[in-house]
Design a protein around this ligand. Structure first.
Ligand SMILES: *Cc1c(COP(=O)(O)O)cnc(C)c1O
Length: 445
């Protein structure tokens, strides 16, 4: 009997078929053909049945398609968590996307003063908008909030001490640990208080000539309950002022709007922290702000000015498309349209009855055994840990097996498993994705 490996086409033959599809240059087609043939030989050697010529061609085409497909894809977030770091945090508004396309697709006045015809400043308008929206004297935008904190500590506390409550020397997620960032920035961490209770006097007693600043860190992804105490921002401001040290407030999510009207606990707004007297307030652009990935530092003109002139600033600055999206997002707030037009706020503010309607329509479209159940969504993204948003989900049997199939669908759907059932929580599904979700679920029935 002849060796079935001998009946395989040559690399060149298979590559020619791929080249004929016009999808990729010959060099890449050759790489794909070689990989597919190597795999085929291994399968035959392992005792598999001879591979049909047509199946081999199909394998090669599929391998090429997979290689040309972007790895980063749009997914439907049916987890119920609105700001999901693993799923890209805040979806951008139509205005932000339009601004990115307008500015990114051509040249712009990024650092050019059109009036005077000379070099201008990057991000000038965004700075004005943050001043207007938060009441701060000055504002600066960097790559993300981690960069904002790194820059602040590096510029204002290098070689000096930073006082942090033991209950706030925490890990935010993704390996971002406050003690590590402090060390990296050249500052020395001085922990005060205990894990569960820290008083204003603990900070005051720790201040000495080496102290540069007091840092408050928002408890983004955990809650301390029971016998706990934290100093208020007003108390910390008083301590910092009395001892002439700076106060940095890492707000994490940093909301510009109050959260209480949506049945959530009151998250401090950036404006309230500025008004309370924090010298610097740092927060993310892509959490509750609802914009692109960015880190924002607002505060006193003196402190923000030092950061702006620091050499690290050049390494941490954002690009034109980020600035365009951020500016459009902030203009949405200025126009008073954030709740209606920013996806994060639209989802957060959606009444439960509306989510029930959408879930009912989806369940009806796919038929039994789909049904509608009450479900608890969450804001996520380091805002309001433990707080839930009552809503509705489409429930389906077949827990983890179905979840895996849905993750492999087009578009992929990320859902939640509760008590062995698969829940598609409408809280985090963009309404414009309902039709696509129905298609995916129907195909999976
Ligand atoms: C999310 C968060 C950070 C990190 O922000 P990035 O924008 O992801 O860099 C820092 N501090 C707190 C309190 C956070 O919640």
């Amino acid at each position: 009997m002849t060796d079935p490996r001998r009946s395989l086409p040559s690399v060149a033959q298979l590559a020619r078929e791929l080249v004929a599809s016009g999808a990729a240059p010959e060099s890449l087609c050759t790489v794909v053909a070689r990989a597919v043939l190597t795999n085929a030989r291994q399968r035959i050697a392992a005792g598999d049945a001879p591979i049909e010529r047509a199946a081999l061609s199909a394998d090669a085409q599929q391998a090429l398609v997979a290689l040309l497909r972007p790895g980063l894809r749009s997914v439907i977030n049916a987890s119920g968590v609105i700001i999901q770091t693993n799923l890209g945090r805040a979806p951008l508004s139509a205005a932000a996307l339009q601004a990115m396309a307008d500015v990114g697709g051509g040249y712009s006045n990024l650092e050019y003063d059109l009036e005077a015809g000379v070099r201008g400043t990057r991000g000038g308008r965004v700075r004005e908008l943050f001043q207007q929206l938060t009441g701060a004297e000055d504002a600066l935008v960097v790559n993300n909030n981690a960069a904002a904190i790194y820059l602040t500590l590096g510029a204002l506390a290098n070689g000096r001490a930073v006082i942090v409550s033991r209950g706030q020397a925490v890990e935010i997620g993704g390996g971002f640990r406050i003690p590590d960032v402090l060390r990296q920035s050249g500052a020395r961490l001085v922990e005060v208080g205990t894990t569960n209770r820290t008083y204003a006097r603990d900070y005051a007693e720790a201040i000495d000539a080496q102290t540069a600043l007091i840092m408050r860190v928002h408890a983004s992804n955990f809650r301390l309950v029971g016998f706990v105490h934290e100093a208020t921002l007003a108390e910390l401001v008083a301590v910092a002022r009395a001892h002439r040290v700076l106060l940095l407030d890492d707000l994490g999510s940093g909301t510009l709007l109050p959260t209480a009207p949506y049945g959530l606990p009151a998250e401090p707004t950036v404006g309230a922290c500025v008004a309370a007297g924090a010298d610097l307030v740092a927060f993310s652009g892509d959490k509750l702000l609802g914009g692109p990935q960015a880190g924002v530092i607002v505060g006193s003109a003196a402190s923000v000015g030092i950061l702006r002139r620091h050499p690290l600033m050049r390494a941490l600055r954002v690009d034109k498309t980020t600035l365009a999206a951020l500016e459009a997002t902030l203009l949405t707030y200025v126009r008073g349209r954030a709740i209606e037009e920013l996806p994060v706020w639209r989802m957060l503010a959606a009444p439960a009855a509306l989510l029930q309607q959408r879930a009912t329509a989806i369940a009806a479209a796919i038929g039994p055994p789909a049904c509608v159940v009450p479900s608890e969504g969450a804001v996520g993204g380091g805002a309001l840990p433990g707080a839930t948003l009552p809503g509705y989900a489409v429930a389906l049997p077949g827990g983890s097996a179905r979840a895996a199939r849905l993750r492999h669908s087009t578009p992929p759907v990320v859902a939640r498993i509760v008590d062995g059932r698969l829940l598609l929580d409408m809280r985090s599904v963009l309404p414009e994705h309902d039709a696509a979700l129905i298609d995916v679920l129907r195909a999976d029935a």
